[in-house]
Ligand binder design. Structure first.
Ligand SMILES: C[S@@+](CC[C@H](N)C(=O)[O-])C[C@H]1O[C@@H](n2cnc3c(N)ncnc32)[C@H](O)[C@@H]1O
Length: 379
């Protein structure tokens, strides 16, 4: 395989892929100088000096993103007491930008359609504090299990429910607290409620898990609830209420206030991710990133995730579509295809492309280059 003059021996096929997509391969040469980012758990502000002493470096505040700090690339936080004790999160600033663009308000019911491993989901829960709810969906059970571990580690488990499901067909409504649902007998119902599914259903799911994830996605018709915090938009729901689907005509009133579609993508915008292929082998990159058939499948999946996220959004809600790919095909083209379908339906009132915000964010583009390509509002 040929190389280009970067720090990494990028294979020709990847360089061609970058060029075809109008991307300059030299962005991958800056890997050693890209800062790391952390997010401070709200409430831990007074402990910054202590954390700096422990990790032996100064935390530089990211002025445009509350609670985010940058630190030099060589500093590791995974073994620090601050990280293990749940005082800081490892999350890139670009990921924070996607969540920040959602403009979370108290009481929002938020849907995160590709939630695992959950860095953004935790940020949403922190922003909501003790109001609203978050519904996290992911097709990969093991990744969603890691998300559940994270939600529990950071004590964010009250208002969150997690479903293993295909985000392109997921159809459950947010469950909202009503006067009725806080009554004593409902609380008892909650205690008796179990996420365990009938044996036959579990056996079918286990069989499906043996196949690959795209096939699995099409086989999961009933979402599997793997976590349900006790205040997840409702207290004391029955199983039927938790699995309530609503027809399209009611979605405009009872859908989610905010939807995040942080879609599966080729990850080419993450310099650290691309770096890992040096160890995994460039053939893996060929298979995962460059394979044209897979890329076509991906853009179709992205389109279906975006369309379904929008379907589940209530009137006046807003949706963010983001990826960590820098390619037009996975960002602008997906959004344009979606808009051309939906504009003709006359449903969109205002469409603001928030890419311009990211150009101000400068340094975050080069780490998790998360492109927020759309912020839509219903009328
Ligand atoms: C970019 S990652 C999401 C990162 C996550 N939002 C975070 O902040 O930690 C994309 C996720 O989409 C999931 N995914 C892939 N296909 C999916 C589908 N059809 N439905 C739901 N999730 C899917 C993958 O398992 C993966 O966890």
């Amino acid at each position: 395989m040929g190389t280009v003059t970067t720090n990494l021996p990028l294979p020709d096929a990847f360089v061609d892929f970058l060029k075809e997509n109008g991307l300059n391969p030299s962005i991958y040469t800056t890997a050693d100088s890209i800062p790391r980012y952390i997010r401070l758990k709200p409430g831990c502000e007074s402990q910054i000096e202590e954390i700096e002493d422990e990790i032996r470096c100064k935390l530089n505040e990211v002025t445009w993103l509350p609670n985010f700090y940058s630190l030099p690339p060589h500093v590791q936080i995974a073994n620090s007491k601050a990280y293990r004790g749940g005082k800081v999160y490892g999350i890139d600033a670009a990921s924070g930008a996607a969540v920040s663009a959602l403009n979370i308000s108290p009481g929002d019911h938020v849907l995160d359609l590709c939630a695992a491993p959950g860095a953004k989901l935790c940020m949403i829960l922190d922003l909501l504090r003790d109001s609203g709810s978050v519904t996290g969906v992911d097709v990969a059970r093991h990744r969603l299990a890691a998300c559940r571990t994270m939600v529990q580690k950071y004590a964010l488990d009250d208002r969150c429910r997690l479903f293993v499901a295909d985000g392109a067909t997921f159809s459950l409504m947010p469950t909202r607290v009503t006067d009725e649902s806080t009554s004593e007998n409902k609380i008892d119902m909650f205690k008796g409620w179990t996420s365990k599914r009938p044996w036959k259903e579990r056996r079918r799911a286990a069989k499906a898990r043996k196949t690959n994830s795209l096939e699995l996605a099409s086989q999961i018709s009933v979402p599997e609830l793997i976590f349900y915090g006790q205040h997840s938009g409702v207290i004391g729901c029955s199983r039927d209420e938790i699995y309530r689907t609503v027809g399209d005509n009611l979605l405009s009133s009872f859908g989610y206030d905010k939807v995040l579609v942080d879609a599966e993508c080729t990850h080419d915008g993450s310099i650290r991710h691309v770096q890992k292929f040096e160890h995994w082998g460039w053939q893996t990159l060929q298979r995962r990133v460059l394979d044209a058939e897979r890329t076509d499948d991906l853009t179709n999946l992205q389109f279906r995730l975006l369309s379904n996220g929008f379907r589940l959004l209530k009137t006046g809600g807003s949706l963010i579509y983001s990826t960590c790919s820098l390619t037009v095909a996975q960002n602008e083209a997906v959004v344009e295809r979606f808009l051309s379908d939906n504009l003709s339906a006359g449903e969109l009132h205002v469409i603001a492309n928030c890419m311009h915000q990211l150009t101000d964010f400068g340094s975050c583009i080069d780490t998790w280059a998360c492109r927020c390509t759309i912020q839509n509002y219903y009328i």
